[in-house]
Design a protein around this ligand. Structure first.
Ligand SMILES: Cc1cc2nc3c(=O)[nH]c(=O)nc-3n(C[C@H](O)[C@H](O)[C@H](O)COP(=O)(O)O)c2cc1C
Length: 170
């Protein structure tokens, strides 16, 4: 690692994992919970890798860690719902980070397609499976948005490993 112009410079490698994570965490994101249903019941996961992809057709993506015990459920899923969290939903974020089965912590109902829909989020995208791409130790799951829901409010944000809120014009 070298220091120049007030920045650390390094090439990613096996011994640089912490530094790479730290650099990537400089990109602030929102936070989502992705849900789907399985034969064994509903499953959810906290994910900040969500991104919009295309308006026409309407496509979104998130990246699932192949090492996650929840990955098989999402790999097999024909439908999923992606929930953008509001600033008061940090507990829910932590709950679905710790467990795939935190549905007792939130009001939810099933969509016509059997997908768990969580209440209280800022936006929700109900998706059908569109594509899966190789993303190294993650899989890039692309969904086609069949239904979008949105309300006014402020988001939960994630930056540098910490949660925070949006400050308008700060
Ligand atoms: C803020 C935040 C963002 C996360 N984003 C992702 C993500 O984009 N993709 C992913 O696979 N896991 C992500 N995780 C990790 C999962 O939520 C969960 O902790 C992990 O899947 C637990 O391992 P398990 O699935 O084997 O139980 C994130 C966790 C946090 C707290």
């Amino acid at each position: 690692m070298t220091m120049q112009d007030g920045m650390s410079h390094f090439s990613p490698g096996p011994d640089m994992g912490r530094e790479l994570r730290s650099a990537l965490s400089r990109f602030g994101t929102g936070v989502t919970i992705v849900t789907t249903s399985t034969d064994a019941g509903p499953v959810g996961i906290t994910a900040n890798s969500f991104s919009s992809v295309s308006l026409d057709p309407p496509l979104v993506l998130w990246s699932a860690s192949r090492a996650s015990r929840r990955y098989p459920a999402f790999r097999e899923a024909e439908h999923m719902a992606i929930h953008v969290l509001a600033e008061n939903q940090m507990d829910l974020c932590r709950a679905f980070s710790a467990s795939a089965h935190a549905f007792d912590q939130v009001d939810w109902r099933e969509s016509e397609r059997g997908v768990p829909l969580l209440q209280g989020c800022l936006a929700r995208f109900e998706c059908e499976r569109y594509a899966e791409y190789d993303g190294g130790d993650h899989a890039i799951l692309v969904g086609r948005v069949l239904k979008a829901s949105v309300r006014q409010g402020l988001p939960l944000l994630f930056y540098g490993g910490q949660f925070g809120q949006f400050a308008v014009g700060a």
